[in-house]
Design a protein around this ligand. Sequence first.
Ligand code: RP5
Length: 168
Amino acid sequence: MNNQQDQQPVVGIVMGSDSDWPTMRAAAEALDALDVPYEADVVSAHRMPDEMLSYGREAAGRGLRVIIAGAGGAAHLPGMLAAVTELPVIGVPVPLRYLDGMDSLLSIVQMPAGVPVATVSIGGARNAGLLAARILGAGEGTEAQRLRTAMRAFQSELADMAHAKGEA
Ligand code: RP5
């Protein structure tokens, strides 16, 4: 699924199962709000290992610049993608029915030196989308500048929200 048919996706959102989408959609919504083109797909490390390896190896060549990978339980997808791509990988621990997502978190966060995954909180897909936008915004050029400006506007909305809570 692509959010902008006429634009090259620069973020790849992948997950181990359709059942992860209720969590992962928050990453998509964050990118939608910032007008960042992304693609979203199911690429399971355990059930589709060949497709998963191809996805990771081909991602940069296809024009993606950041991968957001979410998985639950024995959550190997972010780490395996990080092993085969040169792109930054953001891992989202998806909480399942048992263990409150601690299994997902520990599977994703405890990467060996040399294979980094930027792990967000359990269920923290929104922050994954925002972090992807910040990574894209750290570069040169007009699109990066646009994203930095959009991020600053978003941040002042956050401050307003915090004040509004204090007044409630
Ligand atoms: C993981 O197994 C997926 O990322 C998902 O979180 C979990 C359960 O998948 P389903 O059995 O719901 O397809 O690989």
